[in-house]
Each structure stands twice: as C-alpha cells, then as structure tokens.
Design a protein around this ligand. Structure first.
Ligand SMILES: Nc1nc2c(c(=O)[nH]1)N[C@H]1C(S)=C(S)[C@@H](COP(=O)(O)O)O[C@H]1N2
Ligand SMILES: [Mo]
Length: 425
C-alpha cells in the first residue's frame, strides 16, 4: 500500500549465493562449560538460598521480576522531547525473548500524559452516519462476544532518528517503539453493525479521552476488517499507559491510529484531516510533496542480541544471534542474517508461533571466531515484500522523512565483543 515496495523479488533473492560455511554452531564441548565443573565453590559450598526459608505466598500479591532483573526497564532519551507528558519511552528489546512483550515493558507514547480514567465513568459513543447513535459502558462492552488476538504495535516514528545515519546506541532506542501483546476485545465490526452504518459511510474517526483527544481517520473497510475494541492485554486489564480501560487495535497499521482511552467513534463519508494525519505522520518527499495516509507498517527486523546494550561477554565459540521481525501485511515468511555487512546472507531459523501482524522471533546459531562482524537482518513477508537497505529507502523517499523507516540495521561487533550502531548501505 505504500510506495516503497522494493522491486527485488523473492526469486532474485534466492539467486544470491547464501554463505553457509563456517556458520554451524557445533557443540559446547571444549568450551568453558566443561572446564568449570571441577572444584567450583558455587557447587561445593551451600548457598544461603539453599539454607534458609524463603518468603511465603502473598509476600508479593502482584508479582514483579527478580531484583536481579532491575535493569530491564523502559527507558527514554531525555533530550528527545521538551516534556515527559508529550514524549516516548522504549521497550528493552535487547533483554526480551520470544514474541510477547510483558505488560510493564511495553513502550509508551503519550501526547498529553497518561489519562487516569475511572472505568465506571467511562463511555464509548458511536455517532455520525449510523442508524442509531449508541453509548456503551464498559459493562455493556463485556457482554458482546469476545476475541483474543496477538498483534504488534509499532509507532510510525520507530527508527525515525536513524533516517540519515546511525544515531542511538542500542536497539531499545533504535527499534524499541514496538510491542506485541495478546488483546482481548470486541470486534469493531460488531459494534458498528449494532449502530447500523449508513450506506454513505466511508470512514470512521476514533477519539481518545485523554487531554490530547487523539483523533485519526480510518477507512471503513479497515474498521470492518480486523479492528478490535480491546480491554485486556496479555490476559489482564489494559495498563493505564496503554489506554485503560479501552483502546482501539488497528492490526498492522501505524501505532498512532490505535487510539487509547477510546471514548468515541464517529462514522463519516470523508476523512477528517486531523493534526496527526496532516502536520504529523506524513512524509515530506524530495520533490516537496508529502506522502499521506501511509498506514501499513512495512516488513522490518532487528537483531536484538548481540546489540550495543547486549554485547558478547563469553568470547569466541557458540554464539546465539537473535532478533525480531514483523510486517503489517501479514506473516513473516523468512529472515536472512548477514555477518559481513550484507555481502552474504544466511536464512535464519524462525521459532515460536508465526502469526499474522505479530512479532516473529528468529535465531542464527553460529561459531564466532572472534573477528569483527557487521550484523544485519532482512525480513520478508508472506506477500514477498522485504526490507530495503537504507540507501534504497532514501532513494525512494529522500532525506526529510522521519516515519516508516524499515531500512536494514547494522551492528558492528568488535573483537572484544562490544557492539556499536553503524550504517552499511
Ligand atoms: N488517546 C491517545 N491515543 C494514542 C496516543 C495518545 O497520545 N493519546 N498516542 C498514539 C501513538 S503516536 C502511539 S505510537 C500509540 C502508542 O501506544 P502505547 O503507548 O501503548 O505504546 O498510541 C497511540 N494512541
Ligand atoms: Mo506514534
């Protein structure tokens, strides 16, 4: 749907020679694992946790991670925005595995802070070009048939700072405006049918109950396709940061449209041209024209480990290269990884569920010889669309863009295992 579908076909990709030699991980025998066994005091001495009773049940009525994991938190970049109420923080992707983002680690993007909404006082209105305008309480919504679906949400500005060159040192900052949770909610189609959409209707406009009153125009076709009005994430109520008690889920489309603290859906016959679809979330091209209504998040991937915040600390030998891939078009069909800056590619192993418009986890297990690497990953989706290089992206869209940067990321792994954000295009 966007213009920058890179014109290289899957067939052309497979014609490229894939380097396989030297990349098999082998076994751990002969490494430190075997050598460590003899005389290790952590084996021969009794530890405190082996000697004393631990806390009883209910010591933590709502559980939190081990204190040893205290560094695994959302982080922001202070100089990025003037105030924290209209700002963003980032998911610590380098510390996570699998495809589910824990609720407390989902990045936050607010335009007017976190609205503190009392669910008993919350209402959802459907009005405009409908037969019967309706107002639902939270209780009303929970009496409609429910659905559970896992989706990624990516802010269109994710990687925006990297458009002209490498900037921020860590995948948390370069790619951390993405999360993936299981939503429970009611299909928007069902609620629109309840109100009775008039035949002249072509668009809907969700509106938030926060002080920014976030509004976006969404084509009716999408609203009737796979959108959800969600009240749960990963089984529990939405977190306040994610729109408690109600948010719109717009699978595969830019995060800005996923209105939080959802209070109203207007049905109309043309788009509303709100701030967030005119002055923001548009892409100024080199010829002075702007791309507008660029909704779909194109295929993208990033290696989460090793990465600048997750250096190699174990020396040479078996190395697990791991990352995430996603596409707003559907499922990820393939991820290729390069260790030499894109000259040779090896197809990575996708592990875990492969669900449409959700994160996918990939691995490449190699034997690292201790020499510097230029790590890259390139995702392809089931429709054959794949990630462009950053040069290809800039050739198509110019230098002015912020949004929709799905270009290939490069990490420079040095001989000492430290990792730096660089660009190889
Ligand atoms: N009501 C409201 N909805 C909102 C926003 C907001 O500020 N207010 N921010 C939007 C933007 S720009 C993004 S990227 C996502 C972020 O969702 P998250 O905070 O759950 O990560 O919410 C969207 N929905
Ligand atoms: Mo966003």
């Amino acid at each position: 749907m966007s213009e920058t579908k890179t014109p290289l076909s899957p067939a052309a990709l497979s014609r490229r020679s894939l380097l396989k030699a030297g990349l098999s991980a082998g076994t751990l025998a002969g490494t430190a694992v075997a050598a460590r066994a003899a005389g290790d005091p952590l084996i021969t001495e009794v530890q405190d946790w082996n000697r004393y009773l631990g806390d009883g049940v209910q010591a933590r009525p709502y559980g939190t991670p081990s204190p040893y994991e205290a560094h695994v938190v959302r982080r922001d970049v202070e100089w990025l925005t003037a105030a924290t109420e209209s700002s963003v923080n980032f998911t610590p992707l380098h510390e996570l595995d699998g495809i589910i983002t824990p609720n407390g680690l989902c990045f936050e993007r607010h335009h007017a802070g976190i609205a503190d909404v009392d669910p008993a006082a919350h209402r959802l209105m459907i009005n405009g070009l409908v037969d019967t305008p309706l107002v639902f309480t939270m209780e009303d919504l929970k009496r409609f048939p429910r659905e559970n679906r896992l989706y990624f949400l990516e802010c269109a500005a994710n990687s925006g700072m990297e458009w002209r060159g490498s900037q921020l040192n860590g995948c948390q900052y370069t790619h951390g405006m993405v999360h993936c949770v299981m939503y429970t909610g009611v299909s928007l189609k069902l609620l629109l049918e309840e109100a009775g959409v008039k035949t002249s209707a072509k668009w809907v406009m969700p509106e938030g109950a926060d002080a920014s009153a976030m509004t976006r125009s969404i084509p009716l076709e999408k609203a009737l396709d796979d959108c959800l009005v969600a009240f749960k994430m990963n089984g529990e109520a939405l977190r306040p940061e994610q729109g408690y008690p109600l948010r719109l889920v717009v699978p595969g489309w830019e995060g800005n449209m996923w209105v939080k603290w959802l209070r109203r859906i207007e049905v109309g016959d043309e788009p509303w041209h709100q701030r967030e679809e005119t002055s923001k979330y548009t892409d100024l091209l080199a010829n002075g024209k702007a791309r507008r209504f660029t909704w779909v998040m194109d295929p993208k991937s990033v290696i989460t480990s090793p990465s600048p915040q997750a250096p190699i600390t174990h020396g040479k030998g078996p190395l697990v290269i791991s990352g995430l891939a996603w596409s707003g078009n559907g499922r990820i069909s393939r991820v290729d990884v390069s260790i030499d800056g894109g000259r040779n590619w090896t197809t990575a192993r996708l592990d875990g569920p492969s669900l449409s418009k959700a994160l996918h986890r990939f691995y490449l297990d190699i034997a690292w010889d201790g020499s510097p690497l230029l790590l890259q990953s390139r995702a392809m989706d089931e429709h054959g669309f794949y990630q462009p290089t950053k040069n290809e992206l800039r050739a198509a869209r110019g230098e002015n863009s912020i949004y929709h940067n799905n270009g290939i990321q490069t990490w420079h792994v040095k001989a000492d295992g430290t990792v730096e954000n660089v660009e190889v295009s």
